[in-house]
Design a protein around this ligand. Structure first.
Ligand code: TXA
Ligand code: MG
Length: 343
C-alpha cells in the first residue's frame, strides 16, 4: 500500500476535504492533534477500525478513543452522561482531555475492545477538527505509532513507523503538547484519573472536587493484573536499550553515571547538562530542568533519537512531577519499565 502525504503539495482546504472523504470511505488516515498524531478511522465502520489494530500491531484488548468535533455529539455516542462530564467539557474542551463514559451501542464494541464504556475526546487542533467535520463521522484514533514505540509528534514519526501500512498521513506540523491526552473515567462514583496529561490533577480537582489517581499512573502494572485502562499495562515508549531513571541533583547524577559507565551508553538529560556527559556518552536533551512543558513536547522525539544500534544502555535524568510533570514522569517511567535509582 502506498501511504499518501496530504497537505504538503496541495492546498490545505483540499487536503482537509480529501482526508475527510478517505476516512468516511473506510480508509485509515493519520491526523495531527494538539497532543500527538492519531491514526484515524471511521468509528462506525468496524472494518476500518480493525485495520487500525492491524497496522499498529495493537493488542485487541486495548480500546480506542473516539474523537468528535463538538460537545453536542456526546449524546449520540454515550449514555447516562453525568453533570461532571459537561462541567469538564466546558472547562477543557476542545483540548487534551479524554472522558470515559457509558457506551451507546452505535459505537461498535470492537472500538472499546468489548468494554461497555467509550473514551471520547474533542481535540483543539484546527486540522483535526476540520478533518473530523469533513468526514461527517466520529473518528476512532489511537496514537499513530507502532504499538510499543513512542507516540508520534511529527508526521515524520508516523511515516517512520507506518509508511506503507496506512492510506495517508495529514502533515500538520509538530504536535504542541507532545504527550497523549489526560484520560479520566466518569463511570464510577468518584472520577478516576487513568492517564495523566496536559490537563493536570490540580486542574481536574478544581472542577470536580475529589478524584482518584489510578495506581497505573505511578506504578508498574503486571500484564496479569486487572486494570481500569487496558492501555496502561503495556510496556510503552521504550527504546530498544535498557533505560534507568536517575532521580537526584545533577552532581549526584554525574557521580552515579561515572561510577556505572557502560559500553554504548547514552544520557538523556536536561538542556545544558549534555556537556558533562558528551565526552563518554551519546547525549540527547529534552528541555530545561524547570520547564515541564518543554519536556512534555520534546520527550517522545528524544526517545526516538535514542533508539539506535549504537545505544545499548541509557541513563536518564528524572523530571519533576508537579503539573504536567506528572505526565512526563509517567511516560519516561514507563519507557524505563519503572527502573528508578535515587542518588
Ligand atoms: O492524545 C490522545 O489521547 C491521542 C490522540 C490521537 O488523541 N490518542 C491516544 O490514543 O493516545 P491511544 O489509543 O494511544 O491511548 C488511548 C488510551 C489507552 O491507554 C486506552 O487503554 C485508554 O485510552 N482507553 C480507551 N478507551 C478506554 C475505555 N473505554 N476505558 C478505559 N480506558 C480506555
Ligand atoms: Mg498509544
Amino acid at each position: 500500500m502506498k501511504t499518501q502525504i496530504l497537505n504538503r503539495n496541495e492546498s490545505t482546504e483540499q487536503a482537509i476535504l480529501q482526508a475527510g472523504e478517505m476516512l468516511k470511505s473506510g480508509k485509515n488516515v493519520a491526523i495531527p492533534t494538539e497532543t500527538v498524531y492519531g491514526l484515524g478511522a471511521n468509528a462506525l465502520d468496524e472494518k476500518a477500525v480493525a485495520k487500525i489494530f492491524e497496522a499498529k500491531g495493537r493488542p485487541q484488548d486495548n480500546p480506542l478513543i473516539v474523537h468528535i468535533e463538538s460537545t453536542d455529539k456526546l449524546e449520540l455516542y454515550c449514555d447516562d452522561i453525568p453533570d461532571k462530564a459537561y462541567k469538564l467539557a466546558v472547562s477543557f474542551w476542545p483540548g487534551p482531555l479524554t472522558m470515559v463514559l457509558k457506551r451507546k451501542s452505535v459505537i461498535p464494541s470492537s472500538v472499546s475492545a468489548g468494554l461497555d464504556t467509550v473514551a471520547i475526546r474533542l481535540p483543539s487542533n484546527e486540522y483535526a477538527r476540520r478533518i473530523i467535520a469533513a468526514s461527517g463521522c466520529p473518528i476512532a484514533a489511537p496514537s499513530a505509532n507502532t504499538s510499543g514505540s513512542p507516540s508520534p509528534t511529527k508526521a515524520e514519526h508516523v511515516l517512520h513507523d507506518l509508511d506503507g501500512r496506512i492510506d495517508a498521513v495529514f502533515d500538520g506540523g509538530d504536535s504542541e503538547v507532545g504527550l497523549e491526552s489526560t484520560v479520566i473515567s466518569l463511570v464510577g462514583d468518584v472520577p478516576r484519573l487513568l492517564r495523566p496529561g496536559a490537563v493536570t490533577p490540580e486542574m481536574l480537582k478544581e472542577v470536580l472536587g475529589e478524584i482518584i489517581i489510578d495506581k497505573a499512573v505511578t506504578q508498574l502494572i503486571s500484564s496479569q493484573e486487572k486494570v481500569s485502562s487496558p492501555g496502561m499495562k503495556y510496556r510503552h515508549y521504550a527504546p530498544r536499550a535498557k533505560m534507568t531513571l536517575i532521580r537526584g541533583s545533577i552532581d549526584a547524577t554525574e557521580r552515579y553515571i561515572k561510577e556505572n559507565l557502560c559500553e554504548k551508553m547514552a544520557v538523556l538529560c536536561f538542556d545544558g547538562d549534555e556537556k558533562l556527559f558528551s565526552e563518554y556518552a551519546f547525549t540527547v536533551t529534552y528541555g530545561a530542568e524547570n520547564d515541564s512543558k518543554a519536556q512534555a513536547s520534546r520527550l517522545f522525539d528524544a526517545l526516538r533519537l535514542l533508539d539506535r544500534d549504537d545505544v545499548e544502555r541509557i541513563y536518564a535524568r528524572c523530571p519533576k512531577s508537579d503539573g504536567i510533570g506528572l505526565a512526563v514522569l509517567n511516560r519516561i517511567s514507563k519507557a524505563a519499565a519503572f527502573d528508578i535509582v535515587d542518588v
